[in-house]
Design a protein around this ligand. Sequence first.
Ligand code: FO1
Length: 320
Amino acid sequence: MPPLSAAKKPTRYLALSGGVGGAKLVHGLAQVLPAEALMVAVNIGDDFEHLGLSICPDLDTVLYTLAGVVHPQQGWGRADESLGVLDELRRLGGPDWFTLGDRDIALHLLRSQLLAQGLSLSQVSNELARRLGVDVTVLPVSDQRLRTTVYTDQGALAFQDYFVRLRCAPVLRALDFVGAAQARLAPAVRELLTGDDLAGVIVCPSNPYLSLAPMLAIAELRELLRTVAAPVIAVSPIVAGDAIKGPTAKIMRELGVQPQAGIIAELYADFVDAVIVDVADAALADGDTRFDVAATVMKTAEHRAALARHCIALVQRLRS
Ligand code: FO1
């Protein structure tokens, strides 16, 4: 009889990500892990239909970042982009508040066509990743429809109306994730979370209210994160009392919450094993084992890889 082998060490990581901030850490993880060891589940609360096209901004930001074709300054949309369609649309009196570049439109056309043919959003995302040369698995958190509604001092707004058309200017009062109660996890994400090859879960430094909350509103995800044996860690998007980029700090103040890195441990208290805060917030880790410290401001590809290595080392430490 062959000798009993030791239990196989789990090898795969699940990253939860929104758009620009999360995509940077995902890019770091993709640099330091083999492609088959990384799956990214992405927020779909920002998705919408515009000019007849199905647009998934966070999925596209992650895909473009991993493909190395993202606009370097914006962090979303394509590098080397032209705006011929948008210019003509404006000339014809069409809506021009959402900047869709010509190359980007090609992707939305293809996604819209594949969805119309009956493919699930997971299948479409796999297909688009393949065509962009991305070998990491990038999936929507759910194949069902889940849309963020923002309640503001100017009334209820669809997410992109609030975020892009009104540039987050209205005062935010509350958020609703329409469809979350019915949404199930994308099958491959569930399989990884419930299987025996999960090494750890990394919650990327995305906006906890606009990007992570829609995902965590899927009861199945939150419950699995609470019960999963593998460590769950998060990276704070708040550094020294402000967001690195974007409206996170403004939104937190409007919701009556102090924008401090420590809040991340409270928001994710029911499932997170450790929160990585920036060196600027190192004092939080004094005598508080919930926190770990690293350089979290990712200005270069090397910074992204270094933070990714730190995340993996922390997961491995928590496992042992
Ligand atoms: N963000 C903007 O601030 N202005 C835009 O015109 C805009 C267009 C756009 C087009 C495609 C895409 O994939 C993303 C786009 N974004 C734009 C970014 C995006 O709407 C937000 O950053 C996310 O939804 C928040 O994560």
